[in-house]
Design a protein around this ligand. Sequence first.
Ligand SMILES: [Fe+2]
Ligand SMILES: [Fe+2]
Length: 231
Amino acid sequence: MSPIQKNMSELDTLLMELPRSQLFDAMDSNKLNKEELERALDDHYLMTLAFVPSLAQFLETLPKESRFENLRQVMRENLNDEIGKGETESHKKLYEDLLRENFGKVPRRDSVPTFILEYWEQFRKLVEQSEPLIVAGAIYALEHQMAGMGGQFVSIQKQLAALGLKDTGYFQLHIDLDGNPEHGHAALERKAAIDAIKNDKDFKDFENGSLKMAELRKKTFDKVYKDVKGE
Ligand SMILES: [Fe+2]
Ligand SMILES: [Fe+2]
């Protein structure tokens, strides 16, 4: 194992061991009622809308150096999956289908809650003002956390099932698409990042981006929990 691979596997362990939001613990033990889950998924759906513009922005601003070429390619494939140029419809549409089938009409809110606007803004700033490897780390943390490793989407599926509702495909797709240890977004991005990382500063950037994003996500999911519990 090269020193960079070792650093990366330590980062993976670190990300896996970070505390996760109480929102997912509540879902694991079926503590949300239907209205609360509906609101949590509305909030989460809105959170997901920050991803595509940030990924597109990353691709636009990534320097044209050969060490970034693999990263550019896997991030472009990721973007294509998101916008429906891959094997499935756009992820936005899939999420809307899930909300419509389980809870009725879409769109669901007249206005976006302030804490979601803040999440969008902080996400945008992180992407706009950062070195490429900080942004790559941030995006990596999202793919990493969503799937098997953080187990968040499995918790959502559990809560849906406990209420007699169903995952119409959105969450399972992401568990498969992001979490596959060889072909998943996280795995591909890890490999491409290893190609792009040339020194300690690069790795530190990647790690900082990952940890910042993980923290931002946790904080925001904690706010979702407060939102659904009316606190
Ligand atoms: Fe997605
Ligand atoms: Fe993904």
